[in-house]
Design a protein around this ligand. Structure first.
Ligand SMILES: [Zn+2]
Length: 129
């Protein structure tokens, strides 16, 4: 076997294992849409808009993102925004992202809430000048 062919084989094996690794990592990402019945297509119960499956950040359930008012508003006004989800799972094991439904109406309601209730954060996010 020439050195060149050997090198090519080595590269192929490397590419294959990288691909497998990538698949494994993606497969590990928790799917929060599983077992939730939103119909087909999935519709937001607050805004009646079609939601898309998207990668969203997750934070530990004991982490308080913007205070208790935020948590209440998130539950009632924008349950499907792309803001971090509190999650019971072990973030050190499963990573900092999960798949979940995201509603464009929830994102807009979330932005409005931040502008009205957390102007400092809204400014930092570029929602207001
Ligand atoms: Zn919504």
């Amino acid at each position: 076997m020439s050195l060149r062919i050997h090198h090519a084989r080595h590269c192929l094996a490397y590419a294959l294992s990288a691909l497998i690794l990538l698949g494994t990592v993606a497969g590990c990402m928790p799917d929060l849409t599983r077992g939730r019945d939103f119909g087909e297509p999935p519709i937001c119960e607050v805004h009646a808009r079609v939601m898309v499956k998207q990668k969203v950040p997750v934070i530990a359930s004991y982490d308080d993102l913007y205070g208790p008012e935020w948590a209440a508003a998130q539950r009632e006004l924008f349950p499907h925004s792309d803001s971090p989800r509190t999650w019971e799972g072990d973030i050190a094991v499963h990573g900092e992202f999960a798949l979940d439904y995201v509603c464009p109406g929830c994102n807009e309601a979330r932005d409005q809430w931040l502008i009205q209730n957390r102007p400092g954060i809204a400014r930092a996010k570029g929602l207001i000048k």
